[in-house]
Design a protein around this ligand. Structure first.
Ligand code: PMP
Length: 434
């Protein structure tokens, strides 16, 4: 291996040997990133799905700077600060009905850990301690910490730790392109819900919660589910008295075309996880929201009933200031229109590419569009992924296929012509990269 001068950083998710040196990015503006050598790259993945309005968005940058000069951090156990309080109120008003309590943490994985611990401890304290089991979907991804890996589907990400991961009930997801039952969406009756229904019938009173990525399973391959599937999961959870956790870490804040994906199924979960776009991608911050019934289980004078989960930077004032500034951008700029324009642009280009012989499936949820290639070698480690990524970078576009799944997930600042450029490059890759 040739030593790169920057080789003190251990880069995540990065091939260690024969690796191209990482791009050194020194500046960002709108949908663009600028490297040290002056080359510019269109960030068509919103830098790991976090950047919402654009890089270095001035209103958010200014809000963080002003907050840093006022109060950079305070412990959130026994203290609070105006940003944490105001953000909680805004999130409760914005999210689906009934999610009235906001527990802060640091990132998507910790938001999920908190949700799982909340669910299990809640049942213990509600007199049903046998409800400790969790149900998750095939192809799920919920993060890289240990409990988040346990609820994620087995994959190369989790393989080295399989014996550490607590057992989880795994049920079908609505992956229509590769239907687990071999059916067609046009004629099926969402029969994929049957496996959850059966499990809840047999084991419902031992189950604490079902966790889902609503509408869009991200790292599992940008799998888009019909909203009726999510509505069906909610109905089955209600029937069995089981909590529903919606992991909106990726889907929150407009990604799927509505502020939250749950809105499209007209449902409200019992617990919701938010991160990534929460701060418009400026700072790590997460929130786990829950309903009164969950919160009430922790309302006790007995200190053992506390939810003992607190990270050093829980509710960090800089993160809260960024999140509040992002919500101001939503309120004062035509963000939902931008989202609609991106969605329409994706739809137009997907319609053209759908006929390409290498395209097995083309799917979309709002600002997220994906193409699944026809390839013998599928899964995250498919050899084509790194070759495509290299091609895209040569063309000036930052894209990171998930194995044979190419996806475009841009910041909302992207213009129609910039988005067309991304799709031109994707279209060229289908003909040129094998
Ligand atoms: N949940 C979902 C749905 C995600 O997509 C991710 C991150 N890709 C996570 C959780 C974990 O978030 P983080 O990487 O911030 O820990």
């Amino acid at each position: 291996m040739t030593e790169s001068p920057a080789a003190r950083v251990w880069y995540p998710y990065t091939q260690m040997l024969d690796l191209a040196p990482p791009l050194e990015i020194v500046r960002g503006d709108g949908a663009w990133l600028e490297a040290r050598d002056g080359r510019r790259y269109l960030d068509a993945i919103s830098s790991w799905w976090v950047t919402l309005h654009g890089h270095a968005q001035p209103r958010i940058a200014a809000a963080i700077a002003a907050q840093a000069a006022r109060l950079e951090q305070v412990i959130l156990a026994g203290c609070t600060h105006p940003g944490a309080e105001e953000l909680a109120q805004r999130l409760v008003a914005l999210t689906p009905a009934g999610l009235n309590h906001v527990f802060y943490s640091d990132d998507g994985s910790t938001a999920v850990e908190v949700a799982l611990k909340m669910a299990v401890q809640c049942w213990q304290q509600r007199g049903q301690p046998q409800r400790r089991e969790i149900v998750a979907l095939e192809h799920a991804y919920h993060g890289d910490t240990v409990a988040a890996m346990a609820v994620s589907a087995p994959s190369p990400f989790t393989a080295a730790f399989s014996d550490w991961l607590f057992p989880v009930h795994r049920v079908h997801t609505a992956y229509c392109h590769r239907c687990p039952l071999g059916l067609q969406r046009a004629t099926c009756h969402l029969d994929c819900l049957d496996s959850l229904e059966q499990l809840l019938r047999q084991r419902g009173d031992h189950i604490a919660a079902v966790i889902v990525e609503p509408l869009l399973q991200g790292a599992g391959g940008m799998i888009v589910q019909p909203p009726e599937f999510l509505a069906g999961v909610r109905r089955l959870c209600d029937g069995a008295g089981v909590l529903l956790i919606a992991d909106e870490v990726l889907t929150g804040f407009g990604r799927t075309g509505t502020m939250f994906a749950c809105e499209q199924a007209h449902i409200s979960p019992d617990i919701m996880c938010l991160s990534k776009g929460l701060t418009a991608g400026f700072l790590p911050l997460a929130a786990t929201l829950c309903r009164d019934e969950v919160y009430a289980a922790f309302l006790a004078a007995d200190r053992r009933r506390t939810l003992f989960h607190g990270h050093s930077f829980t509710g960090n004032p800089l993160g809260c200031a960024a999140a509040l500034a992002s919500l101001e951008v939503f309120a004062n700029e035509p963000v939902m229109e931008r989202i609609g324009t991106i969605a329409a642009g994706h739809a137009r280009r997907l319609a053209r590419l759908r006929q390409h012989p290498r395209v097995g499936d083309a799917r979309q949820a709002g600002t997220v569009a994906a193409i699944e290639l026809v390839d013998d070698d599928d899964g995250y480690l498919a050899g084509i992924g790194p070759r495509l990524q290299r091609f895209y970078l040569e063309q000036g576009v930052l894209l990171r296929p998930l194995g044979t799944v190419l996806y475009v997930l841009p910041p909302y600042a992207i213009s129609p012509s910039e988005l067309d450029f991304v799709w031109d490059v994707v279209a060229a890759s289908l003909d040129q990269v094998h």
